[in-house]
Design a protein around this ligand. Structure first.
Ligand code: KG4
Ligand code: ZN
Length: 351
């Protein structure tokens, strides 16, 4: 079954055509350049950009398949769209588009939770079916992005239990905010990673590790952010500039060591030793190193999204998650019910 999937949950307008786990084409139109100056995603700017670009990404995704597999919109068997979580007015653009295509072509629609997409992103394959990676449940899922930081027990296809989540900022958001305090634009994560890498991820300042209690696998990053703010404010401009890489590195260490500790606690609590990681921050090499270290300590294994674009928001992962839903006949019954759900939780998407 060929599925055309769309994701407009945040600042990427993206479309993909998938068949099962295989991605036949994927197209992303990033809005990063439009949001850099705001230090984050500006909702009405995002909505207008999605509206202006959605037809282009869909047509491009379809035409890329056309050349290789003689396909067109008529040959698509079903449509899929992210309906939450995300920015309401951005989600709406993708939902409206998919409903109108489904009505025009008389095809079924699957509604997908964006975080389910990130959870499946480590199992997405290219058009040749690589990497193979067979499923072996249960997995411990670490979802780590600009909007979410969650630990999930992934017990079977489309079955999740939330073990812990952030009580305030997401890990990516905290990196974005720290970068802003150091004078950089959005997204801050890659800038912090580069600065930290330049000084070998040294932990010069030892900022407090958030939520350090052994019985708690929730996350909290706003206290760390505040202590970072006060610390940098006490420095002179010159000192801050001179020490910028050490500040970035120490902040990143505090965030990631806290994340790694929670992953370890979740392994101990659940016994799940196969870890899957997804979301924009999962591209970070330092995070990968620390999570690999935990997996090795418990004789487990760890899977990251196999291709770089799959770490970030993309429609391919939405299409693959939709394939597992379609297999179970989980199509939207009434289009009026396919409404944007900005705060949709994985709890609501479990079967
Ligand atoms: O999954 P994603 O593309 O969008 C959301 O659903 O949030 O994640 C975006 C987040 C941003 O906070 C960004 O700073 C972070 O991922 N990010 C990184 C890196 N690249 C992007 N964080 C750390 N290191 C990176 N290299
Ligand atoms: Zn995302």
């Amino acid at each position: 079954m060929k599925i055309l999937a769309v994701d407009t949950s945040a600042d990427d307008t993206s479309a993909a055509v998938v068949e099962g786990r295989r991605v036949l084409s994927h197209v992303e139109y990033s809005q990063i350049s439009l949001h850099t100056q705001w230090g984050g995603i500006f909702p009405s700017v995002a909505k207008r950009a999605h509206q202006a670009r959605i037809d282009w990404v869909i047509n491009k995704a379809i035409s890329k398949v056309e050349t290789r597999h003689a396909s067109s919109l008529q040959n698509i068997d079903a449509f899929a769209v992210t309906y939450g979580p995300g920015l309401a007015i951005a989600l709406e653009v993708g939902i409206n588009k998919i409903i109108s295509l489904a009505q025009e072509h008389n095809k079924p629609v699957v509604g997908v939770n964006h975080m389910e997409g990130h959870l499946y992103s480590s199992f997405v394959q290219n058009s040749k079916g690589n990497p193979k990676r067979e499923f072996a449940f249960p997995y411990l899922g670490l979802l780590i992005s600009g909007g979410h930081t969650e630990l999930i027990l992934f017990t079977d296809h489309l079955k999740y239990e939330i073990l812990g989540a952030t009580l305030d900022d997401a890990a990516g958001e905290s990196l974005d905010k720290a970068a802003r305090m150091l004078g950089f634009g959005y997204p801050g994560g890659p800038i912090i990673e580069k600065l930290a890498h330049d000084v070998n991820n040294i932990d010069t300042y030892s900022f407090p590790r958030p939520m350090n209690k052994p019985d708690n696998i929730n996350f909290s990053f706003s206290g760390l952010k505040t202590s970072f703010l006060y610390f940098t404010r006490k420095m002179s401009e010159e000192e801050r500039v001179n020490k910028i890489a050490y500040l970035a590195s120490s902040f990143q260490e505090a965030v990631f060591q806290s994340v790694a500790r929670k992953v370890e606690l979740a392994v101990l609590k659940t016994g799940a030793k196969r870890i899957v990681v997804g979301g924009g921050v999962s591209v970070n090499e330092r995070l990968r190193y620390l999570v690999r270290h935990i997996a090795a300590k418990y004789d487990g294994s760890v899977y990251f999204p196999p291709y770089k674009y799959l770490n970030f928001d993309n429609a391919a992962m939405i299409g693959v998650a939709a394939s597992f839903r379609a297999e179970k006949g989980m199509f939207v019954k009434d289009f009026a019910e396919l409404d944007r759900k900005p705060r949709l939780s994985l709890k609501d998407s479990t079967i």
